[in-house]
Design a protein around this ligand. Sequence first.
Ligand code: C2O
Ligand code: CU
Length: 472
Amino acid sequence: MHDRKDLHVTTATALTRRRFVSTSMAAAGLPLFVPARVLASTLEDVRALEAIQAEADLLGAGKPVSGLWTFGGSVPAPVLRVRQGETLAVRLVNRLAQSTTIHWHGIRIENAMDGVPHMTQAPVGPGESFDYRFRVPDAGTFWYHPHERSYEQVARGMAGVLIVEEPDPPAVDQDLVVAISDWRLSAEGLLKEDFGSPHDRSHAGRLGNRITVNGAINPEFPVMTNERIRLRLANIASARVLKLRVEGVAARLIAVDGQPVSPTIAYEEDGITLGPGNRADVIIDMLGEPGRRLALVDVADKRRELATFVYHASRRARAEPLAAPIALPANPVPEPDHSNALDAELVMTGGAASESDHTMFPNPDAIWSMNGRSGMHGDPLFGVALGRTVQLRIVNDTAWPHAMHLHGHHFRVLSRSGSRKLRPFWWDTVLMDPREEMTIAFVADNPGKWMLHCHMLDHQAAGMDTWFDVTA
Ligand code: C2O
Ligand code: CU
């Protein structure tokens, strides 16, 4: 647990504050990035995003952590906002000494914009730039991160939230991004640079020892009694599985991985589980009395407090909570057609057999396998004709959980063998328990070469990545 002296709201660079923090948020001392609305579709509106080193005072101790790599100089990267159906145009300018890309996680994107080095584009080398330009078909909460050495680049801070706004969103008093990162810092508070260690690769991935929300340890969010708030919870950590709950209030889940949940689901005692890469949008009516404090906790980590909602000492937003409906309209994701589906199978093996197993793996890039192969190969896992439904059976024949992420598509889970509830969601990333089997289904409606990998980024780097080919 953190010392009380660390519970201090801080934010990334001054540059970022000036550029992205609205005056009211800045006045409240919040580490929230509220950017100007990003981008219509003309070339003049191309927004530059620099991949650049920075320092940030993650611990609020006045001792900035160095060795961070960022987009736009801030940790996390700036929140990008665009309206559904519009075009986002971002020029990535690489000021790092390592090549990079941007992957727009969860966006059902045109293949050439997917940001996968050597597959959808050449890596963007030091000093080079690349223009991303794509239409966003779905409203919701998404995120972006590099796909080059992501086990290092994401762990150094290169990740941010992308919000695609509904044309007619449910009315809320506050729309808050809660982007959760996990840092591995030394006792002196410096970023540990042991990226891709054999232990992390063969076990649970790179777990850190400091959790931040929007780049700060346990930040405070001011609220008022009877306010309705929308939280966009995003797990942008390298490997950590979170189970999130705001203590003492009921949260209604309205979207998962950017896709609306219908009907909405009430979460009270249970936390919402987010594997690395997952997002959840929830609506909370702040029914507590003025002056109270409520914690956002990670139930999976001894109820560690990640952020605190602080009610105004005396004011109420209104006499009664809002009654307006909160459901989101569906996005245009096609439903699988099971009458003519392609059946495929993916069996995952490898890794350490238990936490105490110190088996050495001769090849650090081949600790895990998918159907007996490690990593990307000439051959896809499967090829499928454009428009056909795929039913993919995934068998986790390992002792570890994995967060399986599909590029370019959202999928449904048709069945699962473990103890987790079968949910009728659209996912882009689904957490699988050890030894669990599941069948997922999606319409391969997006032509191109798409990755399928574990989002525990050290696992991905150690062989848990493959691809499939959707051919027109
Ligand atoms: Cu969020 Cu292939 O990744
Ligand atoms: Cu994994």
